[in-house]
Write a protein that binds this ligand. Sequence first.
Ligand SMILES: [Zn+2]
Length: 314
Amino acid sequence: MLHAIGIDLGGTSIKYALIDQQGNFLFSGKISSRANESAEAVIRQLVTAVKTVQDYALRKNCPIKGVGIGTPGIADATNRMVLGGAENIKGWENLPLADIMEKETGLPTLLSNDANLMGLGETHYGAGMGCTHVVFLTVGTGIGGAIVIDGKLFNGYANRGTELGHVPLIANGEPCACGSVGCLEHYASTSALVRNFIQQYKKIGISFNSNEVNGEKIIALYKGGDTIAKKCLEEHCSYLGHGIAGFINIFSPQRVVIGGGLSEAGDFYIDMVRQQALKHAMADCAVNTTIMAAKLGNKAGSMGAAWMVFSSIE
Ligand SMILES: [Zn+2]
């Protein structure tokens, strides 16, 4: 059985695991990422993580095929570089990360954007299993995503594309973190839901601090019959549904997989999103599409990273 090291690098933590071809975790660990220190500090952590897994694999006699790393920002998989766009890690730009890691660890190393690898993981081991055409969205602070066509990631020319959270949704809308206005992410992320909820309550003279409201709390209030939570969640599903309808019309996927905290709220949430998406998609484009919640939780990124290794390294 072949094994790979899957690493999910984030602004707050680094998750690493030894994963076999069937997606079983033989060993895993997690460390707080020193993302606000420097790129060098994060690289040292990645090397330590790989060596920790290597030691384990050696003791257990597991041959390692390679290392897959999911990183925030734009990863040019062809040139094995992190180009930039990872605001949550200090100095994380113009970095030949794959080469550095190979030199330090002696293992073949590949990298890709973190949301892309989550989508790849869900496609091959999770909610997209059995499908070749999948659209994956992770809805959280922002909206990330991945497009899988014929079982492989579609990244656009030179890996510059598939920023699914930044498709324009509202012409002349509010400013988005990316520098444009009216993006899907700005209206349909969990942060947007929280922002809307706080604004709506403010209108009736009730102030909430942004750190006392989150998606989970809004879901709980929705279930309890809170009318403002209901209105906000319905608006959220409408925005997200419009975005998904667009992706269905372009890609006609077999599956749309929705990850992130809200997707774990229960079937009612996915039902609401599905209803909106199918209302706005063209029926002929949506005929083969099922919309469902992600299945792998926070393991999706590492599993996608391992799949990338199994499918790309000879
Ligand atoms: Zn944007």
